[in-house]
Design a protein around this ligand. Sequence first.
Ligand code: AMP
Length: 113
Amino acid sequence: MDTIFSKIIRREIPADIVFEDDQCLAFRDIAPQAPTHILIIPKKPIQRVALASAEDTPLLGHLLATAATIAKQMGIAESGFRLVINNGPNGGEAVPHLHVHLLGGRALNWPPG
Ligand code: AMP
């Protein structure tokens, strides 16, 4: 499925990219919900985590490891951060291209709304 995130990967629309490697891309969320709000996405167009296949397992791990690396680079690893993956309508998923939200820079409430 072609989404706005596919267009960002192909550089057809702009994004504030903070990290890229052969497997993933990370960029600032256009509507930040915290002082630091970055999306980490696989270049492979997996629609959502529930649709990832067994062969995607290393890639899923890579997304989390990359989020932790970016958190360190952004200086929020010590103060703390939250990783969020929204899946499906009740999960609040708006863009059907798997993405990990990295949120930090302020204290975050729990439970989420
Ligand atoms: P979700 O609700 O988990 O699907 O999250 C989708 C996220 O993508 C939201 O936080 C949006 O603000 C963000 N978003 C949508 N379009 C863009 C864009 N062009 N650049 C950066 N972030 C975007």
